[in-house]
Design a protein. Structure first.
Length: 153
């Protein structure tokens, strides 16, 4: 028997900019207001709960804040050449576009791309680290009509 709790998307929002690989239109730098929904499934614990809602909400907020108002750069991309100075990060794409960002505006993510699918997995893995024995589902809204989902097996 398993139970599920849901923290819905209105709680955890982040605004960020990114770009995807050519030839998509999305290869131009652009932004989204992302919303994270988290579902946690498990048996009830000794307190008859799946998870402490307050703690879960705090953890989600911390993850959202780490991404908020940043340029998301996928540092494992084979299509980008990324170099750093003490104050800036330079990114050259496979089509020779060159971006230079102040370091403070950027978060380097251990991902091959910043698609919503991989961002959902990134958030999933962070939550899964905290709750390794629970089944986690992340829904990441890029817009109200486009949602990527990643869930534990
Ligand atoms: Zn996008």
């Amino acid at each position: 028997m398993s139970y599920k709790v849901i923290v819905n998307a209105t709680l955890a929002k982040f605004s960020a900019s990114h770009f995807l690989k050519e030839p998509f239109q999305c290869s131009r730098l652009h932004g989204h207001n992302y919303y994270i929904s988290v579902e946690v499934e498990a048996s009830l614990d000794e307190n008859y709960i799946v998870v402490d809602f307050i703690e879960l909400k705090e953890k989600i907020k911390i993850i959202a804040q780490s991404l908020d108002h940043r340029v998301l750069i996928p540092e494992l991309s084979s299509d980008l050449a990324i170099s750093e100075t003490s104050e800036s990060i330079e990114v050259v794409t496979n089509t020779n576009k060159r971006y230079v960002f102040p370091k403070i505006d950027v978060i380097l993510l251990p991902l091959p791309a910043t698609t919503s699918e991989l961002l959902a997995k990134f958030v999933h893995d962070k939550i899964k680290e905290i709750y390794p024995n629970k089944r986690i589902t992340i829904k990441l809204e890029e817009t109200k009509n486009t949602i990527a989902v990643y869930k534990s097996n």
